[in-house]
Every structure is written in structure tokens, then in C-alpha cells.
Design a binder for this molecule. Structure first.
Ligand code: FAD
Length: 385
């Protein structure tokens, strides 16, 4: 399809997928209008200033490379060459991801990555409207309604095609539900997570090995830590929501401290702000969302978490969302119309998303339960050799 400047493509959500897709489509000459429910993070700051990071793997890196964004993102990435496993009895062991540093993953700062992608989208010519939440869609009239949650103003806009990059709680998906048999299934994991932080050491350096993804496996639950360029680590505790132990059995700070002193004794001294972090940071749930249909003829399509949110244990949600963007841009460029493009995109990407979701669930068991198992370690050593 040749870009039709008189028919703008409308994207809901300027998160990771929305900003990358806006960049790709605007570069091809499409008029791209993006509507994001949050304020501009370049003015308002990101996630209350907390450092939240993501593991960027080759799939996502390849997408960024194709979009010409590799250098700007990699300038702020920390290499992780393997898992640093911290068993209950103390000590640590590095399990490399590959034979050498050509097979590694990278820790990137979510907020800074999003800002780099927003800058790229605007530089390519996309218009981003912040504080505009998609509130409803009239698919027959091809008209979307957006609401500003701060001043309660609303506006309606016509669209040619609506691309749902608005994440796990997608408004586009909600609007599609009465129009399309989505075949929607959401399976809660029953485990949640809470984020904590390891600050820099007194000398300004990292407190633990920086070039690793740290794991404290404890059978039914675990902590992980990913490095940040400011010499901190974002620590995430993954724990059941119910049962023993669980977030339900840690009702207050004292119980949480006792739990860490018992089960994460070597991690607790690395967390001087434990009390504030535990009190201030929420417990969030996790789950897997799958759909049988991702598009309504040529009018709307879902991608990224809006189509296939997954548990984070393979570190692939963002990587998969970036691959979606490359694929959808390619299908739009090479198809005669949006309907053919969306159908081709869904046929290509849905089996991939299904496979990655299953692998992400399997990897939770491996990370929390098997990485410190002696038989498993021996087998891995043999495989690497
Ligand atoms: P999002 O990044 O969620 O962006 C959606 C955007 O849409 C947001 O900006 C939101 O404000 C906006 N929005 C929402 N509703 C509306 C609306 N109605 N109107 C307008 N705008 C709206 N992935 C990895 O690859 N590696 C990792 O290491 C990794 N770690 C993770 C750790 C955790 C704890 C979690 C929860 C996820 C992790 N992920 C990871 C997954 C990754 O965060 C997501 O897959 C990725 O953010 C998906 O990008 P997206 O653009 O589809 O959605």
C-alpha cells in the first residue's frame, strides 16, 4: 500500500510498541496520529522516577536495528552474560547464556527506552497526543473517542485504521469485544511481584556483579535483579498471592523483613531502603492473555501486550511486541489494503506469540526451582561443552 496522507493511521498507546510502530510507519510516509493516556514522560517523569528495567534479547534488538534505533538504545544498556544464581546456603554461580559474549542479553531502562522511541517517532513525523485515553470506538463510522482524565475533556476523531498498542488493559480490545468473537482467554498466574532496589555501593560502583541477571531461586518463588546504568539494580520478588509463603502471609513490614532474613539472607543487606520500598511499591499480578482473533477486517488490529500479554519469565514481552511492529509495518507496505495486511500479520505472528507465552510459563519453574539443581547444572555444563 502506498501511504495515503489524507487517511491518517491512528495508534492507541505510545508505550514500547506504539512508539516504535509510529516511527516505522511515519518513516514510510504515513500520517500517524498516536494517542497516549498518560502525560508526556519527558515532561512529567516516568513511573514516579523508579528505575524499572527490561531484558532486551536478540529478537528485540534485531527489530531496533531494523528501525535504526540500535545505537541510541544500546548506549544505555548493561550487558548480562548469564544468570548469577544465589542458592539458599550462600555463594553464587554464573551460568552463561551462550559460549561467549556474542550470546548475551541486555538490561535496558524502560522509561529511557520509551523516551528514545517517542523522540524517534516525533522525529519521523508522527504526532503524539498525550493525556488522551481511548474511551470508545464507533467502528461503523470509523470514529474513536478520547478522554483527558485530568480535565475530563473529550474529543472524537475519524480514523482510517486503528492500531491497538495500548497494552494488557487495551481499550481497543475492549471496544472490539462486542463486534468480534475474540476468543479471549486470560489465565492469572496466581503469583504476583513487588519491586525493590539495590543502590550503588559507597564508592559509587555496583554492589554485586553488574554483567549478570541475578536469581535467588527458592523453589516456589524467587527474587531476580537486573543492573541499571546508574549502578543500581532493580530487584523483583515473584511470590504466590495465596498460600504459605505468599503475599497474603506477609501482611506487614515486620513479616516481610523476617521472610527476607530467612529466605534471602544474602540479599537483604544489599537492600538498605527495604522498608521504604516494601511499603511504597505495590504488589502487581501476572497472567497470560490469548486471543483467537487479532483484527476486525481492515479497520482495527491488536499487537504487543494488547494481543498477547505474557508472564515475564522469558523476558520476551517487549521483544515480541517489537517483532510485531516490524512484521505489521512490512505487511502494510506489501499488501493491497489494510484487511489483507492485518490478516497476513495475524497469521504470521499469532503462532509465535502462542509459543513464546508457553515458554515464558515453563521458564518460571526453571528459574525459581531448577537453576540451583545439581543434576540440571551438570546437564547444562555438558550441553555448553
Ligand atoms: P505497554 O508497554 O504496556 O504500552 C501500552 C501503552 O498504552 C502505555 O503507554 C499505556 O499508558 C497506554 N494505554 C493503555 N490504555 C490506553 C488507552 N485506553 N488509551 C490510550 N493509551 C493507553 N518484556 C521483555 O521483553 N523483557 C523483560 O525483561 C520484561 N520484563 C517484564 C517484567 C515485568 C514485571 C512485567 C510486568 C513485564 C515485563 N516485560 C518484559 C513485558 C513488557 O513490559 C511488555 O511486553 C511490553 O511493555 C509490551 O509493550 P506494549 O507497547 O504492547 O505495552
Amino acid at each position: 500500500m502506498q501511504p495515503k496522507p489524507q487517511h491518517p493511521i491512528t495508534i492507541a498507546g505510545a508505550g514500547l510498541a506504539g512508539a516504535l510502530l509510529a516511527t516505522l510507519l511515519a518513516r514510510r510516509g504515513w500520517a500517524v496520529e498516536v494517542f497516549e493516556k498518560r502525560p508526556d514522560p519527558r515532561r512529567k517523569g516516568y513511573e514516579g522516577g523508579r528505575s524499572i528495567n527490561l531484558a532486551l534479547a536478540e529478537r528485540g534488538l534485531d527489530a531496533l536495528r531494523q528501525a535504526g534505533l540500535q545505537d541510541v538504545v544500546m548506549a544505555q544498556a548493561v550487558m548480562m552474560r548469564g544468570r548469577m544464581v544465589h542458592p539458599l546456603g550462600g555463594g553464587e554461580q554464573l551460568q552463561r547464556y551462550g559460549r561467549d559474549d556474542s550470546e548475551v542479553i541486555w538490561s535496558v531502562h524502560r522509561g529511557r527506552l520509551n523516551i528514545a522511541l517517542l523522540d524517534a517517532a516525533e522525529a519521523a513525523g508522527a504526532k503524539i497526543h498525550f493525556s488522551h485515553r481511548l474511551d470508545g470506538v464507533d467502528f461503523d463510522a470509523r470514529r474513536a473517542r478520547f478522554v483527558n482524565d485530568h480535565d475530563r475533556t473529550a474529543r472524537e476523531l475519524d480514523f482510517e485504521a486503528l492500531l491497538g498498542c495500548d497494552g494488557a488493559g487495551s481499550g481497543v480490545r475492549e471496544a472490539l469485544r462486542p463486534r468480534l468473537a475474540l476468543g479471549e482467554r486470560f489465565e492469572p498466574l496466581g503469583h504476583g511481584y513487588k519491586e525493590l532496589e539495590i543502590p550503588p555501593a559507597a564508592d559509587g560502583g555496583f554492589r554485586i556483579e553488574p554483567n549478570a541477571l541475578h536469581i535467588w531461586p527458592r523453589g516456589g518463588y524467587m527474587c531476580i535483579a537486573l543492573p541499571n546504568t546508574e549502578k543500581t539494580f532493580t530487584v523483583t520478588l515473584f511470590l504466590p498471592m495465596q498460600g504459605e509463603p505468599s503475599f497474603a502471609t506477609l501482611p506487614d513490614l515486620a513479616a516481610a523483613r523476617d521472610f527476607f532474613a530467612r529466605d534471602f539472607a544474602d540479599a537483604l543487606p544489599l537492600l538498605p531502603e527495604f522498608d521504604a520500598d516494601w511499603t511504597d511499591n505495590p504488589v502487581s499480578g501476572l497472567g497470560t492473555l490469548s486471543l483467537q482473533r487479532w483484527h476486525l477486517d481492515g479497520r482495527a488490529v491488536l499487537l504487543g501486550d494488547a494481543a498477547h500479554a505474557m508472564v515475564p519469565f522469558h523476558g520476551q514481552g517487549m521483544n515480541c511486541a517489537f517483532e510485531d511492529c516490524i512484521a505489521l509495518d512490512r505487511h502494510i507496505a506489501s499488501s493491497a489494503d489494510f484487511e489483507t495486511a492485518f490478516a497476513g500479520f495475524e497469521a504470521e505472528r499469532r503462532p509465535n506469540a502462542d509459543a513464546i507465552q508457553a515458554m515464558a510459563l515453563e521458564n518460571y519453574v526453571e528459574m525459581r526451582d531448577r537453576v540451583d539443581d545439581a543434576d540440571y547444572l551438570l546437564q547444562r555444563q555438558l550441553e555448553v561443552k
